[in-house]
Design a protein around this ligand. Structure first.
Ligand SMILES: *Cc1c(COP(=O)(O)O)cnc(C)c1O
Length: 388
């Protein structure tokens, strides 16, 4: 990237039309027209790089993709209707029946369900490694292993995985290394620097940042993205131009917003650490985090999510949620509004309690997505709820 992150986020823009608009217009069109028969033939033969149909590409999606590619240092990308459409299509495009995946145990709930409920019916198996035992990965590798997959920081345990170490294993065994970078956003962490071949985002979270649209994107190595594009243009998970327009605007302020999210989150985490009713707090940029050094090395700041446990388990947890006044009880994250979630009864309720414990979720675990309200108000609400 020649220019700085913030500048590219604002100045990467679709070519102006004849109206010389300053801000990119919305291209709400399902298809595009051809000049003549030869133009039509050449376009479909892919002799020309141009928009044909919005299931394949659209100027608004292209702008969004171009920005994320610059932010992540990627060659190419494809934008999807949701984060899960990106996750599913990425795997489906790259894997054959009989292939094997190695994944971190701690992945987004729906991604976990994809591995356990759907991929087995296409004869695709998955083995899992513990987030704090990267040494165990090599023992899981089989001749048919194709993909090494992880998220960092993880949801909702906020564990941090050493991306450089993962990248080295993937390289040694010639695996496709894929990182879901949603929790960090491209502003805080660029996994391609550590050897990732592909990076996936749910654009629904920090990228939109205001809880309005669903979106997903996969960026990375050009040849791999081309395979994903070929799959997606046939199967149809494309991002709508409207959502792409919203997202591209949102990315203009990503750096500003994420800086404030992280400042607020660190302040809240520090407050919680000293509170007598809190048994533990996890936040990547707290010195007490088991992988604080790794987080410092690979992330610019700690992100918007803080996890903690209220003393007294499930019952105390429920009382805490009922006492919350300002913050939202919701399942989303990365929103300008602060959100509190109880993973054991919501996002991770489909897992058994042993499976939950294995990914660091106790019955009393609270996940806070720290928003952009004034930090004094965020802390005051959590404090009164703890002390009730
Ligand atoms: C939310 C999320 C997803 C899925 O994204 P959607 O846009 O909800 O489909 C995938 N991975 C992570 C880490 C997420 O937080």
């Amino acid at each position: 990237m020649s220019r700085k992150f913030e500048t590219e986020a604002i100045r990467t823009q679709t070519e102006r039309t004849q109206f010389l608009e300053h801000s990119t217009p919305m291209y709400l069109t399902s298809s595009f027209v051809f000049e003549d028969a030869e133009d039509m033939r050449a376009s479909f033969a892919e002799e020309k790089d141009r928009n044909i149909y919005s299931r394949y590409s659209n100027p608004n999606s292209n702008e969004f993709i171009a920005k994320v590619c610059k932010m992540e240092g990627a060659e190419a990308g494809f934008a999807f209707a949701s984060g899960m459409a990106a996750v599913y299509s990425t795997f489906a495009a790259l894997l054959e029946s009989g292939d094997h995946i190695i994944s971190s145990k701690s992945v987004f709930g729906s991604t976990h369900s994809l591995f356990t409920q759907f991929f087995p019916k296409w004869n695709i198996a998955t083995d899992y490694f513990d987030v704090d035992e990267l040494d165990g990965i090599e023992a899981l590798i089989q001749p048919n292993t194709k993909i090494l997959y992880a998220e960092s920081p993880t949801n909702p345990g906020v564990d941090v995985l050493d991306l450089e170490a993962l990248g080295a294993i993937a390289k040694k065994y010639n695996l496709i290394f894929i990182i879901d970078n949603c929790f960090a956003s491209p502003y805080l962490q660029q996994p391609i620097k550590f050897g990732a071949n592909l990076v996936i985002h749910s654009g629904t979270k920090l990228m939109d940042g205001q809880g309005r649209v669903l979106a997903g994107i996969t960026v990375g190595d050009g040849a791999l993205v081309d395979k994903i594009y070929r799959f997606a243009r046939i199967t149809g998970p494309a991002l709508s131009p409207f959502n792409a327009w919203v997202l591209s605007k949102s990315l203009e302020t990503l750096a500003l917003r994420v800086d404030r999210h992280c400042e607020n989150a660190l302040q809240l985490a520090t407050f919680l650490e000293s509170h007598p009713k809190v048994s533990w707090v996890k936040y990547p940029f707290l010195k007490s985090h088991p992988n604080y050094e790794v987080a410092k090395r690979q992330m610019k700041a700690g992100g918007c999510v803080v996890a903690f446990e209220v003393n007294g388990g499930l019952e105390a947890g429920r009382n805490f949620f009922d006492a919350i006044q300002l913050l939202s009880l919701s399942a989303n994250l990365g929103d300008s509004r602060s959100i509190v979630t109880h993973p054991a009864s919501t996002t991770h309720s489909k897992l058994s309690s042993e499976e939950r414990l294995a990914v660091g979720i106790t019955d009393g675990t609270v996940r806070v997505s720290v928003g952009l309200e004034h930090i004094d108000d965020i802390i005051a609400d959590i404090q009164q709820a703890l002390e009730r």
